[in-house]
Design a protein. Structure first.
Length: 675
């Protein structure tokens, strides 16, 4: 707990240091590799962190969880070192191995629901099409078929009747987000806002604006009202020929103009005209042979009737004729994805608006992945980076995403191993960072990466660490079991409740009410309680005659925080921490567990649960961006079966090493490469 406080102090003190200008580079736009344009210099961490810190961050980003104690940090960090010693990129290979596990699929199934802003409650939610995956979600077959077919094509019988929940899982299996993006663009528009006592034309206009703004937020990272002044070109007040004064560093020159058309056309009637609702939905065919749970769409223009809101031709990713809809936009996007894959991100520097649209989506996805890792986007509210360091990082990640064929795995590997996220703990290095996290400052501090954990990652981390049934991403028909917690933490619910990331008293009180007692909050309705972390550690200690109450406390802290404050090498600090924990447990730490259980088993369990609940509320658990200090010395005496080095080796080594054709062995020390 002392270290977290020190980290937050560093956040405040670092802001008082002597300002240094962020590195400047050539102000011209970046050209493709091999062009004559100068490119930003390679990015490097001024304060590299340890392999254990890397593992901690990678597990959070890729699997959405904390490590299974210090043992997991050591096993994976040792594997990174062994791979490096063999001349291989250890961190990259370990990160890629983590993307092959079931936990990655679980974490990013929920992550993509949030990224695509899929409503969970209310009239705009679509549980039937988005909430219940079937067997098609387990393989890449469905997404692979949709990737190369038009919505009007009929699928093979074995793929007929799929839902968006199936496609989401299949896209993760295929490792290509483009089929999911195309289908979501087409299907999501079927549930816009409703209205009574409204003229049909006014209701149609409101629906187009509603769906169009949601598309901008989920796909483009742009806001129409910003486009007139921030068009990706060089004619705004934020641009300057002097790099030190320039405040707009676009990834693609004139990007907004290519996607939205000339500034004079960038209005709601033009940009949102592509999202016609009347005459499009709940009639016609089922796109790609989707389920009856999903909407029908009039794929054939002849089946639509007249446009009730004829306001002239629209423009979004190219000109849209009057009466056009998301059907035509989806087909443009499919063509844009294909040409972008063929030409790389540099293809967006041309004049093809369909490629520019696909590229804007790629840049937004890369920015979203970075935000998941760092807590901060690489762009401002208008969608552009503010300085050359932000642009260099975002362009690098966007190029990686496009070159990989819209692979979420490769994007996450690139983010997890990015040098500017490779940071030592704040108290161990005072070197300033480039203005990447807070672009309004001359330089950044390590503390700028510390923030409140994302709502669902915080909830999932607690459930996984305590071994409780997790709170489902989709609620019951009328809400979650603990809806106040979901709302207070700022989770996305729908367009009217997009959520937040602030750390306020309401959120902290809701979190305390949910987990403060260290007792299963029963987030999953209808599931009976099962043995959790405390129950299993007590059972494990009961089988060890030499185990003490101190061993139990060390094991709980290890599993929840991956820290060892009860073994602090400073005698005074160690004594103070042990006294505080003994008071919380209401038991002497040197007492044998067997004796404590015999004297009052319920009291010992209650004390351990109070301790666990307190740890779940600490800054170390609630805040992200603060990896634990590397822990020396022996592992805790009490380890659960799945948290031993040998078991962790068996869990990780096949996914990491088998694709490389490397042999390994597992033992009580973890994993080692076979000679």
């Amino acid at each position: 707990m002392r270290r977290a406080a020190a980290g937050l102090v560093a956040l405040l003190v670092g802001a008082c240091g002597a300002p240094e200008l962020a590195p400047t580079v050539d102000a011209r736009p970046q050209g493709p590799p091999g062009s004559d344009d100068l490119r930003e210099p390679p990015l490097a961490s001024p304060c590299p962190g340890s392999d254990e810190a890397f593992v901690f961050r990678a597990l959070r980003l890729i699997e959405g969880r904390r490590p299974r104690g210090v043992a997991e940090l050591r096993v994976l960090a040792d594997l990174v070192a062994d791979l490096d010693a063999a001349g291989l990129p250890g961190r990259e290979l370990v990160a890629r191995g983590l993307t092959r596990g079931d936990r990655y699929r679980e974490a990013w199934t929920g992550g993509l629901l949030d990224l695509l802003r899929v409503p969970r409650l209310g009239a705009t939610a679509d549980r039937g099409c988005y909430a219940r995956p079937g067997p098609l979600a387990d393989t890449a077959t469905l997404a692979g078929w949709i990737r190369v077919h038009d919505p009007a094509d009929a699928p093979p019988a074995q793929l007929s009747g799929w839902t968006m929940a199936d496609l989401l899982g299949s896209a993760l299996a295929l490792d290509d987000l483009s089929p999911l993006l195309r289908a979501h663009l087409l299907v999501r528009g079927a549930r816009p806002v409703g209205g009574n006592n409204v003229a049909p034309a006014d209701l149609e206009r409101a629906r187009r604006v509603f769906v169009g703004r949601g598309f901008e937020a989920a796909f483009l990272g742009r806001r129409l009202e910003c486009v007139a002044c921030h068009d990706g070109g060089g004619a705004t007040v934020l641009d300057s020929p002097d790099p030190a004064l320039d405040r707009t560093w676009p990834i693609v020159q004139d990007h907004e103009r290519k996607v939205y058309g000339p500034p004079a056309r960038a209005d709601e009637g033009s940009a949102y005209g592509a999202f016609r609702f009347a005459g499009i939905y709940d009639r016609g065919a089922r796109p790609w042979g989707s389920s009856s749970e999903c909407p029908r769409v009039a794929l054939d223009p002849a089946a639509r009737g007249d446009d009730p809101l004829a306001e002239g031709d629209a423009y979004l990713g190219g000109p849209r004729p009057e009466g056009a809809s998301a059907v035509e936009l989806e087909r443009s996007l499919a063509r844009g994805f294909d040409r972008l894959r063929a030409g790389g991100l540099a293809a967006a520097d041309g004049d093809d608006p369909e490629v520019a649209l696909a590229a804007m989506i790629a840049v937004h996805l890369a920015d979203a992945a970075w935000r998941e890792a760092s807590g901060r986007p690489l762009t401002m509210a208008h969608g552009q980076p503010r300085n050359p360091v932000q642009r260099a990082a975002l362009r690098e990640l966007s190029e990686r995403l496009v070159a990989s064929g819209f692979s979420l795995r490769e994007l996450l590997v690139a983010v997890a191993t990015h040098p500017l996220l490779d940071l030592a703990e704040p108290t161990s290095c005072a070197a300033p960072l480039p203005a990447l996290l807070d672009p309004f400052a001359a330089t950044n501090d390590h503390g700028d990466a510390i923030r409140r954990e994302d709502p669902w990652r915080l909830i999932d981390a607690a459930a996984l660490a305590m071994q409780w049934p997790a709170l489902p991403r989709w609620p019951l028909p009328y809400g979650w079991v603990d809806a106040p917690l979901v709302r207070s933490l700022g989770a996305f619910i729908d367009e009217s409740e997009p959520g937040h990331r602030s750390l306020d008293v309401v959120a902290l009180l809701a979190w305390e009410a949910a987990v403060g007692a260290g007792v299963d909050p029963r987030w999953l309705a209808g599931v009976e309680p099962r043995p959790d972390l405390v129950d299993r550690l007590l059972a494990r200690a009961a089988d060890d005659p030499a185990a003490t109450v101190l061993d139990l406390a060390i094991a709980v802290e290890d599993q929840l925080l991956q820290e060892r404050s009860l073994l602090d090498p400073d005698p005074a600090a160690r004594a103070a921490q042990r006294a505080a924990v003994a008071a919380l447990l209401d038991a002497p730490l040197d007492a044998p567990v067997a004796a404590a259980l015999e004297a009052d088993a319920d009291a010992l369990e209650a004390g351990l649960r109070r301790f666990a609940g307190a740890l779940l509320q600490t800054p170390q658990f609630v805040l992200a961006g603060l990896p634990p200090a590397d822990a020396d010395g022996p592992l805790p005496r009490l380890l659960l079966a799945e948290a031993t080095p040998a078991a962790l080796c068996e869990a990780h080594a096949p996914a990491i090493l088998q694709p490389l054709g490397l042999a390994w062995r597992c033992d009580s020390d973890g994993v080692s490469l076979a000679e």
